[in-house]
Design a binder for this molecule. Structure first.
Ligand code: KG4
Ligand code: ZN
Length: 341
């Protein structure tokens, strides 16, 4: 049985912004005592993507069980907690509301303080789990299903967004291209796997440059280029090599993310670079960043895949730093689907 030591800050974290029902107990911002994730992938696969109404219902069915499991694995009782941290945006409103309501109910019943957390702040904070020596400032690329941001992390919980996508997020492009080549949902991991059998130089897909901000991204042109290529093959009666399309698309995304990110790290004069979000678990992206950062003398931080995709441990880490700053939320905390960083 884990016991709280005097002075420990122990946080129960809850995350339900999309299709993962997750709870975790984190001690002193860096030590994950439990990390329970109920993934709804099987519930959404036959629809080809996340159905918000189904996501909310599954969260309601699973939330209590997931929270109980997280506490039990950590050997913690509700009374021992210092705070409850919960994602309150951005995300699907109905999904967010389940986590926010559960966290508020526990806080109300126990008197344990409530701390609302921004989902992207959580993704970035995932880097602190496995790198105890990592401290701000550093540059972080956040690439998830809904976001592609280049962020300067000035301090814990203090962010300056220096680049963002003008259209699709990187993960969204992975999901759409996967659907177009018939791989289905969830696209990112499937393209990652199939690409290992393909030639990344087989098809020359475009790498978009944004004229007025070198750190911004655009992935919709790349997505259209893949669709046009597939249509062209169909019209000509040519067979499509799925693995080559996947590998060439993945290389195009990787090239753009790596080039823009390294440019930002160097221009801003930092020597530390981190990645975060579901796309950060991509094997080709991790390998490319590893190589290029080594060449440029930049320290490269990359959370294990389980801390890249949605989880509550990252919310517990971000929650610790907010708690330490004295941030507390009232029972009027609401879900904010388009919450800004
Ligand atoms: O961070 P995340 O779990 O949820 C959001 O906050 O959006 O990111 C999910 C996104 C999806 O678009 C998924 O296809 C993508 O991350 N993803 C990947 C990989 N694993 C997940 N993309 C590329 N390669 C992967 N291995
Ligand atoms: Zn996420």
């Amino acid at each position: 049985m884990e016991q709280n030591r005097k002075g420990d800050v122990t946080i129960l974290a809850v995350e339900t912004s999309c299709d993962e029902t997750a709870a975790s107990v984190v001690r002193n911002g860096r030590e994950v005592l439990s990390n329970v994730i109920y993934t709804q992938i099987a519930d959404h696969t036959r629809y080809g993507g996340v159905v918000p109404e189904i996501a909310s219902r599954r969260h309601i069915e699973k939330i209590n069980q997931v929270i109980e499991e997280a506490l039990s694995q950590a050997g913690m009782s509700l009374r021992e907690l210092s705070a409850i941290a919960v994602t309150y945006g951005p995300g699907l409103v109905g999904a967010l509301l389940v986590g926010v309501s559960a966290a508020k109910a526990i806080s109300f019943a126990t008197g344990v303080p409530l701390v609302g957390i921004h989902h992207i702040s959580g993704h970035i904070s995932a880097n602190y789990i496995e790198y105890p020596e990592l401290e701000p400032p550093f540059v972080c690329l956040v690439a998830s299903g809904g976001h592609s941001h280049l962020v300067v992390v000035r301090d814990y919980g203090e962010y300056e967004i220096i680049g963002r996508t003008r259209d699709d997020a990187a993960g969204e492009a992975f999901d759409k291209v996967a659907r177009a080549i018939g791989l289905g949902y969830p696209g990112g991991p499937k393209i990652d796997r199939l690409s290992k059998e393909g030639n990344p130089d087989a098809i020359a897909f475009p790498r978009a440059k944004i004229v007025d901000n070198a750190y911004d991204f655009s992935f919709s042109g790349l997505k259209s280029a893949v669709l046009n290529y597939l249509n062209g093959c169909k019209m000509k009666g040519e067979t499509v090599c799925q693995a080559d399309v996947a590998a060439s698309f993945q290389k195009a995304v990787t090239d753009v993310l790596v080039e823009h990110s390294l440019h930002a790290v160097q221009e801003y004069g930092y020597d530390k670079f981190a990645i975060a979000g579901g796309v950060a678990s991509n094997s080709s992206l991790r390998a490319a960043f590893g190589q290029e950062c080594a060449k440029a003398g930049i320290r490269f931080y990359h959370p294990s895949p389980v801390y890249c995709t949605d989880n509550a441990a990252m919310i517990g880490v971000a929650g610790y730093y907010e708690y330490r700053k004295g941030i507390r939320h009232g029972y009027d905390l609401n879900a904010v689907p388009n919450l800004q960083l």
